[in-house]
Design a protein around this ligand. Structure first.
Ligand code: HEM
Length: 413
């Protein structure tokens, strides 16, 4: 993208450039986003090949609902070098996108996933009971990472194994954040190599699984995708199913992990909210929703296909835009007292799971996972806290990720 001299610059509004991969920024980006919303709501940065950051709820909403002018290909900023096959359905634009969603959506409807609730609950209960037996540990290691990994294994019909669960989390983490291979922020070459290696390993794992399901179909999601027909035409081919399974790992593990991590981080800082939820678990669905609003984790990206004026800024075909949902959901215009965590808040409209045609396939599953996790944890650990010397580690990128959460199953007060 050409340099854009006329555009409002993120670096001028912030006093430093915008970098959604910066780990420190990923931990608490809210003060910076407030500055961007006030001074430079569609801000240009020359980082990563140049892109615009859209920080207000209404502008972000407009982009998400205009797939004609804003293409989802490629989904990441910067795009991974060598990435040439669109991820299904994330990077496919309408009308083709609709055909995939017609297959996938029924599999993830509340009634369809409801049948998994008991098994999901027993995994959550098992992990929560182990935490309750200890005094101090890393919440992400004991619950945040293993729980969504276990749910994915159930989705694809694998017998539960701790090794496979942890391996899946490692691959997803490395592909999204290069977490396990030790590549540091800014070392683009090492990060790309680590991502490609993890991507190949995950692909090999999923191929093995798909081959098994082709031979011996079951009741799992892969078997249903093998059987499903694209409207009026054909079945999905091998590579399409593989591609979709790959997206499920990337989209479904790290997001829930980080949503759990940030939720319990904020609750650990708020004994009053802990006491209210423990005394009345019917508050849990509202608390889950408000915590998702308070700390959204996805940075969606789009490529401009048609000229548009957005928030007073002229965008041209070929421009890239990054959509930080964390900023939109602290926008006072959309959420009065946006910086307050109010678990009774009535949320009329949310983009936490995206909006428009690409709205999250897994949002009902994610809400179910989070609600069950809260219920099982609060039942056993109604009072908790952070060690005073807790140091938090984060990663940025397409999704922000909380890597650790030092946690105590008790409180002083
Ligand atoms: C708290 C957890 C989650 C959050 C915050 C979240 C958020 C999002 C967002 C914002 C998008 C839209 C991206 C875009 O427009 O570019 C999305 C898409 C998607 N999500 Fe989720 N997600 C979560 C959990 C899940 C789970 C559990 C699954 C599956 C098991 C899943 C599968 C997907 C898929 C397949 C897409 C692509 C949809 C499409 O392009 O049509 N997500 N998610």
């Amino acid at each position: 993208m050409n340099d854009r001299p006329a555009a409002c610059r993120a670096a001028e509004a912030l006093g430093h450039d915008y970098d959604h991969y910066d780990p420190a920024f990923a931990l608490d980006p809210h003060a910076d986003y407030a500055k961007l919303r006030a001074a430079c709501p569609v801000a240009y940065t020359g980082n990563y090949g140049g892109f615009f950051v859209v920080s207000r709820f209404r502008d972000l909403n407009e982009v998400l609902h205009d797939a004609k002018a804003f293409s989802s290909w490629p989904a990441d900023t910067p795009p991974t070098p060598g990435h040439s096959r669109a991820l299904i359905p994330l990077e496919v634009d309408p009308p083709e996108h609709r055909r995939y969603r017609m297959i996938i959506d029924p599999i993830f409807r509340p009634r369809a996933i409801g049948g998994m609730a008991d098994e999901i609950r027993s995994r959550a209960a098992e992990l929560a009971a182990r935490m309750a037996a200890e005094r101090e540990f890393d919440f992400m290691e004991k619950f945040g990472r293993p729980f969504p990994g276990a749910v994915f294994l159930r989705l694809v019909g694998l017998d539960f194994s701790v090794e496979q669960r942890d391996q899946l989390c490692d691959w997803a983490g490395t592909i999204l954040h290069t977490t396990t291979e030790g590549a540091t922020h800014g070392d683009v070459e090492a990060q790309t190599a680590a991502r490609l290696k993890a991507g190949r390993a995950l692909n090999t794992f999923l191929r093995g699984l798909l081959d098994e399901r082709l031979e011996t179909p079951g009741e799992d999601i892969l078997s249903r995708l093998i059987d499903a027909e694209l409207p009026g035409q054909r079945k999905m081919d091998y590579h399409e199913i593989l591609n979709f399974a790959y997206v499920l790992v990337l989209a479904g593990l790290d997001t829930v992990t980080t949503a759990l991590g940030f939720s319990f981080l904020h609750l650990a800082r708020r004994p009053d909210l802990q006491d209210r939820i423990a005394a009345d678990p019917s508050l849990i669905p509202g608390a889950v929703e408000e915590l998702l609003r308070y700390e959204p984790i996805v940075h969606a990206s789009r490529t401009v296909m048609e000229s548009r004026v957005l928030g007073g800024t002229q965008l041209q075909p070929g421009d890239r835009v990054v959509l930080p949902l964390a900023s939109a959901h602290r926008d006072e215009e959309a959420f009065p007292d946006a910086n307050e965590l109010l678990i009774d808040r009535k949320i009329a409209s949310t983009l936490v799971f995206g909006g428009g045609s690409h709205r999250c396939v897994g949002m009902h599953l994610a809400r179910m996972e989070l609600t069950i996790a809260f219920e099982e944890i609060f039942r056993r650990i109604p009072r908790f806290s952070l060690p005073p010397d807790a140091v938090l580690e984060t990663h940025g990128g397409q999704t922000r990720s909380l890597m650790n959460l030092p946690f105590r199953t008790w409180r002083d007060d």
